[in-house]
Write a protein that binds this ligand. Structure first.
Ligand SMILES: Nc1ncnc2c1ncn2[C@@H]1O[C@H](COP(=O)(O)OP(=O)(O)OP(=O)(O)O)[C@@H](O)[C@H]1O
Ligand SMILES: CC(C)(CO)[C@@H](O)C(=O)[O-]
Ligand code: BAL
Length: 302
């Protein structure tokens, strides 16, 4: 089924794999019509496309908790810096639709930049607060203003009961939760554990940029997290956990350049940590920037 929408976009094709029908919509009016047709609870999974098994796990989590699932696919220019990979970010809509259908999505909203920002760059943006300037926000200035602005817009457009975010982007998940709380956005934000390759590498759309040698070097991130977690399990304090993680990062195949490796409170609040904590890492592998994190349990301070 293909046809024009009142929003100016073009609908379809509707993907029908035999067991599930997934409706593809581009424009706002087509989305509104599709949303109005969904009775019961709605879960939304926001993505930038180039879907992999990590996204599929989010979709399946949404399918379990909500009566209907909407997936958004949009590479949001607002969250990319001038020297980042907006232009070369992988765009694989046909393969993405097949994954959405397989995972039981009801609607896929894949707007154009003009559909999302009809007046050009928005002058009003969500301010992510101090946490938005730290870690990812320090390395990618303006990143979380762009992320939270598009997340809020997509929440308004899709009107879900629940929204699902991966722990792989832990600071993003934390800030979306914070936004929902601070701005009274009526949605439950659900975190989904990170899906990994068998050797530990966190699945990420950007992994497809890696050469075989870079793929090997990228294991330094998960190796650092594993070493930090193992040290904590043996009773190491915060300093020793970080030292173990740094050593494991450095012992990996050459080619990974550390951006940050930090141990924080699980809510990313500043201050000393003890008990439950989060170890977060970011690194460049060639021209590709990767992130990862893990839950850590430190011995309570006596
Ligand atoms: N390995 C993963 N496990 C669980 N969730 C994931 C994983 N990778 C991505 N997600 C989640 O999927 C959602 C959409 O993320 P996105 O489309 O940016 O994918 P990505 O793989 O993180 O891409 P990129 O490589 O550009 O960072 C986010 O909530 C993100 O945390
Ligand atoms: C949440 C998101 C879809 C907003 O563009 C993006 O940051 C992502 O894919 O994690
Ligand atoms: N995966 C989070 C979105 C981004 O890196 O731009």
């Amino acid at each position: 089924m293909t046809g024009p929408t009142a929003g100016g976009g073009v609908d379809g094709p509707t993907v029908d794999g035999g067991d599930h029908v997934t409706e593809l919509v581009h424009g706002r009016a087509a989305l509104a019509a599709a949303r109005d047709g969904l009775k019961g609870t709605v879960g939304v999974v926001m993505t930038m496309g180039a879907l992999h098994s990590g996204h599929e796990t989010l979709l399946r989590a949404a399918r379990e908790r909500a009566d209907h699932v909407i997936v958004t696919i949009f590479v949001n220019p607002l969250q990319f810096g001038p020297n980042e990979d907006f232009d070369r970010y992988p765009r694989t809509l046909d393969a993405d639709l097949e994954i959405c259908r397989r995972a039981g999505a009801d609607v896929v909203f894949a707007p154009s930049v003009t559909d999302m920002y009809p007046d050009g760059q928005p002058r009003v943006r969500v301010n992510p607060g101090p946490l938005g300037e730290d870690l990812e926000g320090q390395s990618r200035p303006g990143f979380f203003h762009g992320v939270l602005t598009v997340v809020l817009k997509l929440l308004q457009l899709t009107r879900p009961d629940l929204t699902f975010f991966g722990e792989k982007d832990y600071q993003q998940l934390t800030l979306v939760r914070r936004m929902a709380r601070d701005l009274d956005v009526p949605v439950e934000v659900v975190g989904v554990p990170t899906v990994r390759e068998p050797d530990g590498l966190a699945l990420s759309s950007r992994n497809r940029y890696l050469s075989p040698a870079e793929r090997e070097a990228a294991l330094s991130l998960s190796a650092a997290l594993r070493a930090g977690a193992a040290a904590a399990d043996e009773g190491a304090d915060a300093g020793a956990v970080l030292a173990a993680a740094h050593a494991a990062f450095g012992a990996g195949a050459p080619g990974a350049r550390l951006d940050y490796l930090v141990l924080t409170d699980p809510d990313l609040e500043p201050g000393p940590v003890s008990g439950p904590a989060r170890l977060l890492v970011a690194a460049w592998v060639g021209a590709t920037r990767l992130i990862d994190n893990a839950a850590i349990r430190l011995a309570p301070r006596s």
